[in-house]
Design a binder for this molecule. Structure first.
Ligand code: NAD
Ligand code: MLT
Length: 526
């Protein structure tokens, strides 16, 4: 089995493969797309970091490729859809660089507070500018952390050691999970208004893109300092430049950019900005961790078929996969659907496997469902393997039941989720042999395909409502591909699930929300 390593991988990872019998290693770094398409033709495994772009064309050019392994987490450079279609497993190594990245955030905080890079640069130029570079203490200052997952909580515990007061904003994390790190959970507005320093630690999702925008900067304490070593695009960079020029923000330290490298960005030359070239995970220790982990994962898969940390294939045998595939798709879609509807952190998840599905091995289905449930807020950090342990570490109580006797459907997966006092439930079945369908949303009954760009609406059942929704969406030049109405009772509440050819835009969503008799409208992606 041949494995191509096409980005700079820590030598410890290369050594793992070289020492594995029946694995041949080829290291070829810095190829252009044509060279990569040539090199990929006769390999079974490809190991990358962030530089190699695994496009659909690269996938197409491969004849024998079985697995793509990313040393690190982010998979923006891999066309996962194209890989899935060809049955190629895509794996990553989430968590292997959390401590390193948290330490980078803390380093940037200290560097900002004490003007360290600027002062070092000035001395290199022969100056001695004590007054110019007077800094500020972190002691007793308030640090606002947006996103309290693996890295955010490590930053919190390190900041506790620096005797900072810590505010946290993460709508998906329960208060009790972070109180031991000394975090006071607050609303985003409260965090923006009270923090002396703000650091970001979320993935980039539709809710976190430009989470620090013009409006947010206007809510901040004048003189605040901002750190981003999570993902480019969490900060509206043009708005940050203005906020820095207006003095709202006294300093910013940025490791990740909307475009990387950020050629021509004004941030690169501003005196109160510290930029690092996506160095968050760049330590000897972290690079060794992720390189060894991915080398072992890829070798294990190629030699024994064992899947670990795959983002596009649950851990099931080939034989079981054929039988379970439609259920795996259904379970993941149910989780993802539910996650996008729930408001607030999840306390408990109950899964019922009813009828025919209860006779299958349901563990992989539960993994898929939990991955679907966590993906909208964690993105590439969650996969089919780590989903149950992440759910546990976030305090989510899981129960599963197998009920052999079928109810209205011969086979049904029912997911019930509790968040505070709110209960949500959704259920799906398989039509024919392969067709997943959503058949219940809370008390509403319907038959909807759980895929694509969806608009989910709660409305009052009145004549003309459906027509006005269609007209409004049409005005935004968005084509409705399918529509399902779920009725509570005649002339009561409805739910409407629309599938559109393109995603519903924020402007269209606002217009739908303003329609009379529309109680709630949400844009979902499955
Ligand atoms: P994680 O999944 O463990 O934690 C992310 C947290 O963000 C979760 O607790 C989630 O609930 C929260 N979140 C999601 N949506 C939110 C929202 N709208 N508002 C507030 N919080 C929200 O991830 P992690 O391992 O802690 O990584 C954090 C980020 O750092 C990721 O984007 C990751 O890709 C990035 N990262 C960057 C580097 C680097 O080199 N700079 C290295 C490693 C990780
Ligand atoms: C990651 O996704 O793991 C980090 O952004 C670091 C990296 O790209 O190596």
């Amino acid at each position: 089995m041949k494995v191509l390593i096409s980005d700079d991988l820590h030598p410890a990872g290369i050594a793992v493969l070289e020492n594995t019998p029946n694995i041949e290693v080829v290291v070829q770094v810095g190829m252009d797309p044509a060279e990569l398409m040539e090199a990929i033709q006769d390999v079974e495994g490809l190991i990358i970091r962030s530089a190699t772009k695994v496009t659909d064309k690269v996938i197409e050019a491969s004849n024998r490729l079985k697995v793509v392994g990313r040393a690190g987490t982010g998979l923006d450079n891999v066309d996962i859809g194209a890989a899935t279609k060809r049955g190629i497993v895509v794996m990553n190594t989430p968590g292997g660089n959390s401590i390193t990245t948290a330490e980078h955030a803390i380093s940037l905080l200290l560097a900002l507070a004490r003007n360290i890079p600027q002062a070092a640069h000035s001395m290199r130029e022969g100056r001695w500018e004590k007054k110019r570079f007077q800094g500020r203490e972190l002691y007793n200052k308030t640090l606002g952390i947006i996103g309290l997952g693996r890295i955010g909580t490590i930053v919190a515990s390190r900041a506790q050691g620096l005797k900072m007061r810590i505010l946290g904003y993460d709508p998906y994390v329960k208060r009790e999970m972070v109180t031991s790190c000394g975090v006071e959970m607050v609303s985003l507005d409260d965090l923006l208004a009270r923090s002396d320093f703000i650091t970001l630690h979320t993935p980039k999702t539709k809710d976190t893109a430009h989470i620090l925008n013009r409006k947010a900067f206007r809510k901040m304490k004048p003189g605040v300092m901002v750190v981003n070593c999570a993902r480019g695009g969490l900060i509206d960079e043009a708005a940050l430049v203005d906020a820095l020029q207006e003095g709202i923000v006294a300093g910013a330290a940025i490791d990740v950019f909307e475009q990387e490298p950020p050629v021509g960005s004004p941030l690169l030359i501003m005196g109160n900005v510290i930029c690092t070239p996506h160095l968050g995970a760049s330590t000897e220790e972290a690079q060794k961790n992720v390189a060894v982990a991915i080398a072992e994962q890829v070798a294990d898969y190629l030699l024994t078929g064992t899947i670990k940390n795959a983002v596009n294939a649950p851990a099931v045998s080939g034989e079981m996969l054929a039988q379970a595939r439609p259920y795996l798709t259904l379970a993941e879609a149910l989780g993802s659907f539910q996650a996008q509807i729930i408001e607030g952190p999840i306390d408990s998840v109950a899964i019922d496997y009813i009828g025919e599905v209860s006779k299958l091995e349901t563990k992989p289905l539960t993994h898929s469902l939990l991955k679907g449930l966590l993906y909208p807020v964690m993105h590439d950090e969650v996969n089919y393997i780590n989903a149950p342990s992440i759910a546990k570490s976030r305090g989510i109580h899981l129960t599963e039941a197998k009920i052999e006797s079928a109810e209205d459907f011969t086979t049904l997966i029912r997911l019930s989720v509790r968040s505070g006092t709110q209960q949500y439930s959704v259920a799906g079945t398989i039509f024919g042999k392969y067709e997943p369908r959503l058949v219940r949303i809370n008390e509403f009954r319907l038959e909807a395909l759980p895929e694509g760009h969806l608009l989910f609406i709660y409305n009052t059942d009145r004549p003309g409502v459906i027509g006005s929704i269609g007209t409004t969406i049409g005005k935004h030049n968005i084509n409705i591909a399918r529509m399902q109405v779920g009725q509570e009772k005649e002339r009561g509440q409805n739910v409407i699930l629309l599938t559109t050819d393109t995603p519903i835009t924020p402007e269209c969503l606002e217009d739908v929300r303003r329609l009379p008799h529309v109680a709630k409208a949400m844009q979902l992606e499955l």
